[in-house]
Design a protein around this ligand. Structure first.
Ligand SMILES: NC(=O)c1ccc[n+]([C@@H]2O[C@H](COP(=O)([O-])OP(=O)(O)OC[C@H]3O[C@@H](n4cnc5c(N)ncnc54)[C@H](OP(=O)(O)O)[C@@H]3O)[C@@H](O)[C@H]2O)c1
Length: 235
C-alpha cells in the first residue's frame, strides 16, 4: 500500500503509541497527538519531524482541537488520509448503572463520545483534501448491546462506547455521498494502563493485527464494526 498520512489521538501511551510506532515503521507519515506531547517520553523518541510529528490535543477542549487542526494544516497542507480516534478513558471499577454518580458518566462521555465528535467535525475539512477519507474509531466489545449479557462493572464506559459506535454509524450515512469510510474496531483485550496486566494481547500483537484489517478497508466497509482479527461484531 502506498504511504498515507495518519492523525491519531491519545498517542502518549498504550495502543495509540504502538499505532504511531508501527505505522511509521511501514513508511507512513504519522501526526501523533497527545494531551502533553512534551511529557510523553516514548512518543518523543519516535518524533523526527519528517515522518513522525507530535501535536498537542485534548479532545475535551474545543480550543485545543482547533489549534491542532491549524498545526496539521502547516505540517501537511495536502490534508490527511486517515483519522484514528483512539483516546479513551474508563470509569473506576465497580461503576455500576444503579449507583454511579452522573458526574462520572458526564466525564466519560465528554472524552469517549463528545471528544470524538469534536475532533471528527474539526478534522473533516482536512480529510476532504484527499480521496482516502477514512475515519477509524478505536471502539470496544464493550460497545455491543448484544454481547452485554451479564452484570457489568463499568456501565458508563460501556454506554459511552455504544454511543461512539452510533456516532460512527450516523457518520457513515452522513458522509457516504462524499465517499468516506467510517468504521469501528475492537482492538481486543490489550495489556495497557486501561486493559491491565492480565489482558490477552500485547499492544504489538493487537496493533499489527489491526493494521492488516486497516489495509483492507475500502469504501464498501463504510459503517463496519468488527474486531482486530477483521471479524464483524454484533452491534
Ligand atoms: N486496552 C484494552 O483492552 C482496550 C479494549 C477495548 C478498547 N480499548 C480502547 O482503546 C483505546 C486506547 O486504549 P488504551 O488501552 O491504549 O488506553 P490507555 O493506555 O489508558 O491510553 C489512553 C490514551 O488516551 C489518552 N487520553 C485520555 N483522555 C484524553 C483526552 N481528554 N484528550 C486526548 N487524549 C486523551 C491518554 O492520554 P494521557 O496520557 O494524556 O492520559 C492516553 O494516550 C481507548 O479508546 C479504549 O477505550 C482498549
Amino acid at each position: 500500500m502506498s504511504p498515507r498520512t495518519y492523525f491519531i489521538t491519545g498517542s502518549s501511551r498504550g495502543i495509540g503509541l504502538e499505532l504511531v510506532k508501527q505505522l511509521a515503521a511501514k513508511g507512513n507519515i504519522v501526526i501523533a497527538s497527545a494531551r502533553n506531547p512534551d511529557g510523553a517520553e516514548q512518543l518523543q523518541q519516535l518524533v523526527d519531524n519528517k515522518k513522525v510529528f507530535a501535536v498537542k490535543l485534548d479532545v475535551q477542549s474545543e480550543e485545543s482541537v482547533k489549534a491542532a487542526v491549524a498545526k496539521v494544516n502547516e505540517i501537511s497542507p495536502d490534508g490527511i488520509d486517515v483519522l484514528i480516534n483512539n483516546s479513551g478513558i474508563i470509569a473506576p471499577k465497580g461503576s455500576i448503572s444503579t449507583t454511579t454518580d452522573p458526574e462520572v458518566w458526564g466525564e466519560i462521555y465528554q472524552t469517549n463520545v463528545v471528544g470524538v465528535v469534536r475532533v471528527t467535525q474539526q478534522f473533516l475539512p482536512v480529510l476532504r483534501k484527499k480521496d482516502t477519507r477514512q475515519i477509524i474509531q478505536i471502539s470496544s466489545d464493550s460497545a455491543s448491546l448484544e454481547l452485554a449479557n451479564r452484570a457489568n462493572l463499568n456501565a458508563p464506559y460501556h454506554c459511552s462506547k455504544a454511543g461512539l459506535n452510533m456516532f460512527s454509524r450516523c457518520l457513515s450515512h452522513d458522509l457516504a455521498d462524499e465517499k468516506f469510510t467510517c468504521v469501528c474496531i475492537h482492538p481486543g483485550w490489550v495489556i495497557t494502563d486501561m486493559g491491565g496486566s492480565n489482558a490477552d494481547l500485547t499492544t504489538e500483537v493487537s496493533v499489527s493485527s489491526m493494521l492488516k484489517v486497516f489495509e483492507k478497508y475500502t469504501q464498501k466497509d463504510n459503517g463496519w464494526y468488527g474486531n482486530w482479527k477483521g471479524e464483524r461484531m454484533p452491534w
